[in-house]
Ligand binder design. Structure first.
Ligand SMILES: NC(=O)c1ccc[n+]([C@@H]2O[C@H](COP(=O)([O-])OP(=O)(O)OC[C@H]3O[C@@H](n4cnc5c(N)ncnc54)[C@H](OP(=O)(O)O)[C@@H]3O)[C@@H](O)[C@H]2O)c1
Length: 277
C-alpha cells in the first residue's frame, strides 16, 4: 500500500475483517482510524486491534489518504452527505464496500468528484477467504487501484470489473454464493444422516468434502467440469448421483437462482440510489 492513513467509517463486521487482515499483512495499527457512533463497538475495535477510534466521522477524515465506507447501505446516503463538507483538496481515495450502492449515487451524496472505488466483498472475508470484485470510477489512478486491491486482498482474492452493472452479477454469484453452498451442505449432511450416519460424522464429512473440492479446484486450476469428469468413473456411484441431479435440472435451477439474485440486486440498487436525490 503506497498511502498510509486509512479511515474506516463504520466499525462493523466487514470493517473488522479488513482491519484484521491489514494488521496481519503488517500494516501499522497507528495508521488506522475507525469512526462509529456505537461506543461499545469502538471499544471493541480499539481493544482488538489497537487502532484509533472516534465517534466523529469528520475527525476520521482528517489526514486520511483512503476512506473506507463500511456502513450499512441504508445509512450510506446520510453518512456520505454528512462527510461532504469535510472532504479536503486533493480528496482522499474513497472505497465503498456497501452492497448495492452505485457510484453515481455515492458521488452525488459526497458532492465532490472524488476518486471512488466500489467493491463487493463476501462473508468469507471474516476468515481471510473472501472473494471481492472491484469497480473504479473515471478519476481513479493506477495507484488508487493498487491501494484498493491491497486493502481487499488482505481478506481474500480480488478481481476487477470494468462495467459497474456487472457488480449485480458479482453480488448474485459470490456475494450470495456462500448461502448456496451452505444449502448444498445442509442437503448433503441431511442425506448422509438419512443413510444412517451420525449427525456429527455426516457434518464433518460434508464440510471437509466441500473444502477439499474447492481446494483442488483452486490449486489445480482445472475447470470444475474437467475435475468432475476425472472423479466420475463410468458405471460408478458418482455417475449415478450426477444422473439424478441432471434429471432434476440441477444446472438450470442454479442458473435461475443466480439470475433471480442478480435481478433483485439491481432492484435494490435502483431503490437505494434514487434518481434525483
Ligand atoms: N458482512 C459482509 O460479509 C459483507 C459483504 C459484502 C458487503 N458488505 C457491506 O459492508 C457494509 C458493512 O457491513 P457489516 O456487515 O460490516 O455491517 P455492520 O456490522 O452493521 O457494520 C456497520 C457499522 O456502521 C456503524 N454505523 C452506523 N451509522 C454510522 C454512521 N453514521 N457513522 C459511522 N458508522 C456508522 C454501525 O453502527 P450501529 O450498529 O450502531 O448502527 C455498525 O457498527 C455494508 O454496506 C454491507 O453491504 C458486508
Amino acid at each position: 500500500m503506497t498511502r498510509t492513513k486509512i479511515a474506516f467509517i463504520g466499525a462493523g463486521n466487514m470493517a473488522s475483517s479488513l482491519i484484521g487482515g491489514l494488521l496481519d499483512d503488517g500494516y501499522a495499527h497507528e495508521n488506522i482510524v475507525v469512526a462509529d457512533p456505537d461506543e461499545e463497538r469502538r471499544s471493541q475495535v480499539a481493544a482488538n486491534f489497537g487502532v484509533k477510534v472516534t465517534a466523529d466521522n469528520h475527525r476520521a477524515l482528517e489526514r486520511a489518504d483512503i476512506v473506507v465506507l463500511a456502513v450499512k447501505p441504508q445509512v450510506l446516503e446520510t453518512v456520505c452527505r454528512s462527510l461532504a463538507s469535510a472532504i479536503a483538496s486533493p480528496p482522499p481515495l474513497f472505497v465503498s464496500i456497501a452492497a448495492g450502492a452505485r457510484t453515481d449515487a455515492i458521488l452525488r451524496w459526497l458532492e465532490h468528484d472524488v476518486p471512488l472505488i466500489r467493491s463487493m466483498p463476501n462473508t468469507p472475508a471474516a476468515v481471510r477467504a473472501g472473494a471481492t470484485a472491484l469497480y473504479a470510477t473515471a478519476s481513479v489512478t493506477q495507484q488508487d487501484r493498487n491501494d484498493a486491491e491491497s486493502l481487499l486482498r488482505a481478506v481474500g482474492v480480488t478481481v476487477w470489473v470494468d462495467d459497474e452493472s456487472l457488480l449485480d452479477a458479482v453480488t448474485a454469484l459470490s456475494g450470495s454464493g456462500p448461502a448456496y453452498f451452505f444449502l448444498l451442505m445442509e442437503a448433503m449432511q441431511s442425506a448422509g444422516e438419512s443413510l444412517g450416519l451420525a449427525p456429527d460424522v455426516a457434518r464433518l464429512l460434508t464440510l471437509q468434502t466441500a473444502f477439499g473440492a474447492a481446494k483442488i479446484a483452486l490449486e489445480s486450476g482445472a475447470d470444475p467440469a474437467v475435475l468432475r469428469q476425472r472423479v466420475t468413473s463410468p458405471g460408478g456411484t458418482t455417475e449415478k448421483a450426477l444422473e439424478v441431479l441432471r434429471g432434476s435440472d440441477f444446472v438450470t435451477i442454479i442458473n435461475k437462482a443466480v439470475a433471480a439474485a442478480r435481478e433483485r440486486g439491481a432492484e435494490l440498487a435502483d431503490r437505494l440510489g434514487g434518481k434525483n436525490g
